[in-house]
Design a protein around this ligand. Structure first.
Ligand code: BGC
Length: 745
């Protein structure tokens, strides 16, 4: 009897909590109504003008809502490494707020170098919280354009040369951002792999290459990450601008992949009235504001999808079919973000975000070389540590184009080393070289004064003098965020280190054996001096906590576990780009556009070097640890699989050193007997595992037919040929430790 009473009481309480009070207002305002019902209800109440109104910008970073219905405007923000400082309503200039200094997270190439999906989730969640706090609905990032050429100025904003790595790393970022009710806007879709003539160049790419190399990361973001927004890129593909490219946006993205979110133009990327309406663009941003046509400010009504669209609708040139589709997508975005049911206020510049930035930055640092176990540093009381190089002090979150950030603070490498060792060692910095002395970008000023008029000879002599007798010399150089380095709008001009840095490194190597070279860059830098130094570290633009993260790795507080997300060749000429028509492209007399022919096809990055058997300086996937790992024999769970089945391949990995460490176990698939030309092998799985000394773990990879397939142009789809396949497993693409074979029936 007692039990029955208790149960009925529980049922009553449950019923009381779960019964929503009846919502009296219209369905679109009911937070508990299904999104599609809210969308249809709102749409049914909107006028033609209101629908058209939503499809264009109303300020530099916002697009219209429906004020009459209480539907808010949509706020966009860069992206992808932190929340951009506020700009004036109709100007690029800073608004001068004093509360918009964000947490700068590491550059996306640094995230990619972690090869750690959990780090990507941490990144996405944290930056999403910052975006939500700042009341942003669409975060303009992440970027997943493939590193086709080391010269691309924006490689640092992307996730490396491999579609599988980028595809796996982008998904948690997107999910993490969106958990906060902020749409991730994955960019720049697609085949946008150079900054040179980015608004005037047509990427000529065959279908197989498009699907195998340039689209997979976008597809993963949409289908696995469920991305709510995509940004069309500036360039053309198939002779049509990508912000209204029918094949890319309508046929592939929306029809084949089932994308139900919004397509946002890049700022000023919309170039044609009719194509904008018909070819899949949903929100037009930044037209005439990027210098393309230089119109007066507040020209929003003239946008392709503003008054010209309305005129076309009124004159019967267009039906409302496309308009309703655009309005539905924009409403869906609003109900997913600012009008979402769950309240969420985010958080901004908090200890948790600083810690996340530091952890991600450190997890991506790559130990390229460590002869004689020079690292980790073993600093004794009273030791002398000499840092040389501009990048040891230069604040790097400033510059680089639209990813430029105003941060609460930034720890540079010198400060990081001082924090780690300042109370027991003498830490000295000398300039070494003068690179880029600019200290402000887009009105964000680092407050540094980097001017130095001394000659290279004087600077080298000073560095050499300081290095003599030091316990450690740490050269911190590389690229920076200025024109023709790692930046938007310009491509690089050389693979080598700029500003006589090579001379500095060579001179230092001659006077001190304990020389550690830290290269900070977002794209590959050649290292012809590599044999002359014992320790080389690839660092990245690590954001707010950059210097502390670097010091964590150099000091051994964190055992390095980053792996290269791109190949570093010995020299540029070794790479796949051989002709001007491939890069930077050719503009024929009388033609309007540049044509960039992706003649190397699928042979990008390691796919090229392996096919041509060209040795490289640092292979894709390479990265050392302060401990060692032993790989057991790879085992395929069975001898064969069918195209609709699965295969498990596993391997035991053991930490054979004396400190805890993390290893990225990489799985590559080879199809040795293919009837068509295929890469020697392709990355199809990776797992980062942490092992204590002596500990061993089994890593299992599940392989389905997609990992064995190529894109068949004849079939217009993916195809896996029956026959033998090999699963190649190791710590780098150049260091395969074990192989298992199996058959696809
Ligand atoms: C860049 C985008 C950026 C946008 C807004 C464009 O120039 O290509 O990546 O999101 O500006 O700042």
């Amino acid at each position: 009897m007692k039990k029955t009473i208790t149960l009925s009481a529980a049922a009553l309480i449950l019923a009381a909590c779960c019964t929503q009070p009846k919502f009296d207002g219209p369905a679109y305002l009911n937070p508990n109504a299904p999104i599609e019902e809210r969308v249809e209800d709102a749409l049914s109440r909107m006028t033609l003008e209101e629908k058209v109104g939503m499809t264009t910008a109303q300020s530099k970073f916002s697009s219209r809502g429906v004020p009459r219905l209480g539907i808010p405007e949509v706020w966009h923000t860069d992206g992808p490494h932190g929340i951009r400082p506020e700009v004036l309503w109709d100007e690029w200039d800073q608004a001068g707020w004093t509360n918009d200094s964000c947490t700068a997270f590491p550059a996306l190439i640094n995230l990619a170098a972690t090869w750690d999906k959990e780090m990507s989730m941490l990144y996405g969640t944290s930056i999403g919280e910052e975006a939500r706090y700042r009341k942003k609905d669409i975060l303009l990032g992440p970027g997943v354009n493939i590193c086709r050429t080391p010269y691309n100025g924006r490689n640092f904003e992307y996730m490396g040369e491999d579609p599988f790595l980028s595809g796996k790393m982008v998904v948690p970022y997107v999910q993490g951002v969106q958990q906060n009710g902020v749409a991730a806007c994955v960019k720049h879709y697609a085949v946008n792999n150079q900054e040179f003539q980015r608004t005037q160049s047509n990427s000529v790419v065959d279908d197989r290459t498009l699907h195998e190399i340039y689209l997979p990361a976008f597809k993963a973001a949409v289908q696995e990450g469920n991305a709510w927004a995509i940004m069309g890129s500036y360039n053309l593909y198939n002779g049509q601008f990508n912000c209204h490219n029918k094949k890319l946006l309508v046929d592939i993205l929306k029809n084949d992949w089932g994308f139900d979110g919004v397509v946002v133009s890049d700022w000023g990327g919309c170039r044609d009235d009719e194509e904008a309406v018909l070819n899949g663009l949903d929100i037009e941003m930044g037209t005439w504001t990027n210098g393309l046509s230089g119109a007066a400010s507040d020209s929003y009504r003239n946008y392709h999808m503003a008054d010209p669209y309305l005129k076309g609708l009124r004159e019967g040139k267009y039906t409302t079919k496309e308009l309703d589709d655009k309005a539905r997508r924009i409403l869906r975005t609003i109900f997913r973000t600012s009008m979402r049911p769950e309240p969420n206020y985010g958080r901004f510049v908090c200890p948790e975000h600083y810690q996340a930035a530091r952890d991600i930055a450190a997890a991506g640092v790559v130990l390229l070389k460590n002869d004689n176990n020079l690292l980790p540093m073993n600093v004794k009381e009273g030791a002398k540590i000499v840092l040389v190089g501009e990048n040891a002090v230069k604040k790097m979150v400033v510059g680089g184009g639209s990813s430029n950030l105003k941060t609460a603070y930034e720890v540079n490498p010198l400060e990081g080393i001082q924090n780690a060792y300042g109370d027991k060692a003498e830490v000295v910095w000398v300039r070494g070289y003068v690179g880029d002395t600019s200290t402000s970008y887009n009105a964000v000023d680092t407050g540094q004064d980097l001017t130095d008029n001394r000659t290279p000879e004087v600077l080298i002599a000073e560095a050499v003098e300081a290095a003599k007798g030091a316990d450690y010399v740490i050269f911190v150089g590389g690229l920076n965020k200025s024109a023709h380095q790692d930046t938007e709008s310009y491509d690089r001009l050389q693979l080598d280190l700029p500003y006589a840095q090579e001379d500095v490194i060579r001179a230092l190597a001659q006077v001190n054996d304990n020389l550690i070279v830290v290269n900070i860059s977002g794209s590959p830098v050649s290292m012809p001096w590599a044999d002359e130094v014992d320790a080389i570290v690839q660092g990245w633009y690590g954001g707010t906590e950059s210097g502390n993260a670097l010091a964590d790795v150099l000091s051994g507080k964190i055992n390095p576990s980053g792996k290269m997300p791109f190949t570093v060749p010995y020299k540029y000429e070794d790479g796949p780009i051989k002709t001007e028509r491939q890069y930077p492209g050719i503009k024929e007399e009388g033609e309007e556009f540049w044509q960039t022919h992706y003649d190397e096809g699928i042979y990008v990055g390691y796919r090229w070097y392996e096919a041509k058997q060209i040795p490289v300086q640092w292979a894709f996937g390479h990265g050392l640890s302060y401990t060692t790992f032993e790989y057991g024999q790879a085992k395929a769970a069975k001898a064969s699989m069918t195209a609709d089945g699965k295969m498990t391949v596993s391997v035991d990995v053991k930490n054979t050193g004396d400190r805890e460490g993390a290893e990225v176990v990489q799985l590559y698939i080879a199809d040795p007997a293919s009837s068509i030309d295929r890469p020697v092998k392709e990355l199809k799985g990776f797992e980062k595992i942490t092992l204590k000394p002596g500990e061993s773990k089994t890593v299992s990879f599940e392989i389905a037919a997609d990992a064995l397939s190529y894109y068949s142009v004849e079939d217009n789809g993916w195809k896996a040929e029956a026959g033998e396949f090999q699963a190649l497993i190791g710590p780098s693409s150049a260091d395969i430790r074990t192989t298992a074979s199996f058959e696809l029936k």
